[in-house]
Design a protein around this ligand. Structure first.
Ligand SMILES: Nc1ncnc2c1ncn2[C@@H]1O[C@H](COP(=O)(O)OP(=O)(O)O)[C@@H](O)[C@H]1O
Ligand SMILES: [Mg+2]
Length: 248
């Protein structure tokens, strides 16, 4: 994937309203190859809509979304299917197929989008299960897994196609410290492979553990953006208030 002038992902002047309610009024940011951007902001500020837009599941009213330098906003479904192979979106909540075993959930993207043989698919699934601490769960159905395990299966499935970009929507929400740590490790392992990511979360310890920079979505825009180093040294303005629970 060729990096653009500014990054693998670049969002320019993104506007989105639902009915008469303006959610985004000129969002700008970029993420360089291999970086993890933490995207924080109050509930309902439009973080999920922004992530969904990055894979073409929503269209902005105005603005550009450059993936690899190409604007995906005007793209039709056939082209977006190709984009979604490069950019994986791990849904808030996991979104597993309840009627399929863990094995079949993980096999699904490969059966749909690759020409791999059954034995090659099985091998990749075993590797992924091992990486995510899920060995032995392959014959189980999602309903019999804990919430933390379901989330890990969801993340494992999202990255089965070895995407170059991963969008994570609150991957640690509601998880205990053990499962949170496993998710953090998975994100770090993606990073070590050069995968670019955006992490939407309220979980600041995870932001500090895995992100390179943090952006705050506030009043329809990215109000402030800082590197983790800046954030550690000199907690600035609105972001500091947000993190410390002094503003939404
Ligand atoms: N399809 C939709 N139709 C109407 N309103 C929507 C739709 N999707 C999201 N919204 C609204 O847009 C706002 C932002 O939603 P969302 O991106 O889910 O927020 P966040 O993820 O930051 O909590 C919310 O007010 C939500 O109700
Ligand atoms: Mg959300």
């Amino acid at each position: 994937m060729m990096a653009t002038r500014r990054g693998v992902i670049e969002v320019i002047d993104f506007h989105k309203s639902f009915d008469k309610k303006t959610i985004h009024s000129g969002v700008n940011f970029y993420v360089r190859k291999g970086e993890c951007l933490g995207l924080i902001g109050g509930s309902g500020t439009g973080k999920s809509v922004l992530l969904r837009s990055l894979v073409g599941l929503e269209k902005p009213d105005q603005g550009q979304i450059l993936i690899d330098g190409k604007d995906i906003v005007p793209m039709r479904e056939a082209e977006l299917v190709e984009i979604r192979k490069k950019v994986a979106y791990a849904f808030q909540g996991g979104a597993l197929f309840d009627s399929m075993t863990v094995h079949d959930n993980l096999a699904y993207p490969l059966r749909e989008h690759s020409k791999l043989s059954t034995s090659e698919i099985d091998k990749q699934i075993q590797e992924q299960l091992e990486e995510f601490g899920l060995l032995g769960t392959d014959k189980l159905y999602p309903a019999s897994l804990s919430g933390g395990m379901q989330k890990r299966v969801g993340l494992a499935r999202a990255i089965m196609m070895r995407p170059e970009v991963v969008l994570l929507d609150e991957p640690t929400a509601g998880l205990d410290p053990y499962n949170t740590k496993r998710i953090q490790e998975s994100i770090l392992s993606l990073k070590s492979r050069g995968v670019t990511s955006i992490l939407v979360t309220h979980d600041m310890p995870t932001v500090y553990a895995v992100c390179d920079k943090v952006a705050l979505l506030y009043e329809g825009r990215i109000g402030e953006q800082f590197t983790i180093e800046q954030l550690r040294q000199e907690p600035p303005g609105i972001m500091s208030q947000f993190i410390n629970g002094e503003s939404a």
